[in-house]
Write a protein that binds this ligand. Structure first.
Ligand SMILES: C[S@@+](CC[C@H](N)C(=O)[O-])C[C@H]1O[C@@H](n2cnc3c(N)ncnc32)[C@H](O)[C@@H]1O
Length: 281
């Protein structure tokens, strides 16, 4: 079978790094996610994977840990709301819907740029159930109208917030909270310092220049977002280096995470967050 060639913008192409990380994790003796489909998809793409910059064992571990935590929170939400809508934004080639295999009562919408959705169609098996893909920029105003507003929603966006300007993210969150009766937002973010330092490093010609120049938004105080919409409240968060069962990781990955947690700014550099919202009377 011919391997698929890639023609994406630098920001769209970042989903290759997360895909490759999940494939690398899957190849370890004790995978965190065990995403075999990611491995198969990597083999079907004609690409020099070294360009992703994902090489070290802790890169794969950190990205897999982040994905696993978002899977867990999504699973908890769907257990409590079996007739929910899932908005999986900036889905890339992530197999979250395959990993979670939701009940047929769940409505699932995977959203990313049209070019990325086109690749998804070509490379990933169609999941069972009430599933749709939508090609759009999440910063556009009208795509959300294609998601019926009749159910509680869980909106998951992994690896997206850093690529948005604050005003774009604020409007996105306000549109979601304004449309659905209640729900949760599950996402990851970088610290303000990591965004600032990475941009400066990129300007000096550092690695992954094009990607880091596209990073705009970071967060230090999760309560900041509560001011963005009445009814939006912070539930909890978890730094990636504080995730449970790190002791099960291979030694190199454990060491990398241990060091990350101890360099200045390292511990707080990346985390996953959970918010809830409801329409106030
Ligand atoms: C780092 S990748 C993460 C992909 C996926 N969530 C994962 O974990 O594998 C970032 C993704 O965000 C998508 N993205 C960035 N800005 C977007 C926008 N404005 N609208 C839709 N997708 C966007 C990119 O196309 C890319 O697929």
């Amino acid at each position: 079978m011919d391997r698929v060639k890639i023609d994406l913008t630098p920001v769209q192409g970042t989903m290759l790094a997360t895909l490759y990380a999940r494939a690398l994790d899957s190849r370890t003796p004790h995978p965190i996610l065990g995403d075999r489909t990611a491995e198969e998809v990597v083999d079907r793409i004609d690409y020099d994977w070294r360009r992703t910059g994902t090489r070290a064992p802790w890169d794969a571990a950190m990205l897999a840990l982040r994905a696993r935590q978002l899977d867990r929170w999504t699973g908890e939400f769907l257990s409590a709301h079996p007739r929910a809508t899932v908005l999986h934004l900036a889905c890339g080639l992530d197999t979250r819907v395959h990993r979670l295999a939701p009940e047929p009562s769940v409505r699932w919408l995977d959203v990313d740029y049209p070019e990325v959705v086109d690749l998804r169609r070509r490379l990933l098996p169609p999941p069972a159930g009430d599933y749709r893909m939508l090609g759009a920029s999440v910063t556009d105003e009208d795509w959300l109208e294609q998601a019926p507003a009749d159910r509680p929603v869980v909106a998951i966006f992994e690896g997206l917030t850093m690529y948005l300007h604050e005003e774009q993210l604020r409007q996105l969150i306000q549109r979601i909270c304004g449309r659905f009766p209640s729900g949760q937002l599950l996402f990851d973010c970088f610290s303000k310092r990591l965004v600032r330092w990475s941009r400066a490093w990129g300007r000096m010609g550092g690695s992954l220049r094009e990607v880091t120049q596209s990073w705009h938004w970071g967060l230090d105080d999760p309560r900041e977002l509560e001011g963005w919409h009445a009814g939006l409240s912070y539930v909890d968060d978890l730094y990636v280096v504080d995730q449970p069962d790190l002791d099960r990781l291979p030694t190199a990955a454990r060491l990398g995470l241990w060091l990350t947690a101890r360099v200045p700014g390292g511990h707080d550099s990346g985390r996953v967050l959970r918010y809830r919202f409801q329409t106030l009377p």
